[in-house]
Ligand binder design. Structure first.
Ligand code: MD3
Ligand code: FE
Length: 214
């Protein structure tokens, strides 16, 4: 109902379901710094299509920054301090990333969130992420902060069981969502990306997800 009742929600903070807060345009003013940082990270640890334990190539291209990075290969899903492509540590978390994550989490009521991992997903037209839970982190009491950049996407937000009906939420450039408490283990995914153009990112969508993995 934002738009009709703008005055009732001046900060643009909307609780989608218990524990999940949508902060529209929260990252918008920082887009230049965020995009420059993504570019610098990808020069060191390039975007790549990882292989699932079942042997499928993911349609999402990924990289990471921070002390830990999320990876998948035939051996399973996990976090690792080393980028398997380069054999070196993942690039450090840029201060503007850490700052954004702690501020967004605080805005949603999760003070003291210090992310040690940032997974960076890149979507081309047609790329999707099927419904899943994020369960590779040590501590489910910490929230996950997600930052959307570039082409708009439809976020699928299900329940605690895979078969629960999913809500669809359009997320666009600069939007931030904080998922914690009762929302932390809900199924979620991204519908196939529709072809569109963004002035800074062209045909792509990039998503940053900040996690406390270790
Ligand atoms: C809801 N990425 O990398 S971020 C992922 O847009 C992932 O790239 C999507 O799901 C993307 O694992 C969605 C939003 C997100 C992240 C974690 C969640 C939503 C969540 C954990 C619990 C519930
Ligand atoms: Fe996820």
């Amino acid at each position: 109902m934002r738009g009709l009742f703008e005055d009732e929600n001046p900060a643009g903070k909307e609780e989608i379901v218990g524990g999940a807060f949508l902060l529209r345009a929260f990252a918008l003013a920082r887009e230049a710094a965020l995009l420059a940082a993504v570019e610098a990270i990808a020069k060191v640890s390039p975007f790549r299509h990882m292989i699932t334990p079942g042997g499928f190539r993911m349609s999402v291209a990924m990289t990471n920054c921070g002390g830990l990075g999320w990876i998948t290969d035939r051996r399973g899903y996990r976090y690792d301090a080393i980028d398997p492509e380069t054999g070196r540590k993942w690039p450090a978390m840029p201060p503007e990333f850490s700052q954004l994550a702690v501020e967004a989490a605080g805005e949603a009521g999760f003070s003291g969130f210090h992310a040690d991992a940032c997974l960076i997903n890149r979507y081309a037209p047609g790329t999707r992420l099927t419904l899943h839970q994020d369960k590779n982190e040590q501590d489910y009491t910490a929230p996950i902060v997600s930052v959307s950049l570039g082409v708009p996407a439809t976020f699928l937000f299900g329940g605690i069981e895979r078969g629960d009906k999913a809500r669809r939420i359009l997320v666009t450039h600069g939007d931030v969502v904080v998922w914690g408490g009762p929302a932390r283990l809900r199924y979620h995914g991204i519908a196939p990306l529709k072809a569109a153009q963004h002035p800074k990112l062209g045909e792509y969508r990039i998503n940053l997800t900040f996690r406390k993995a270790g």
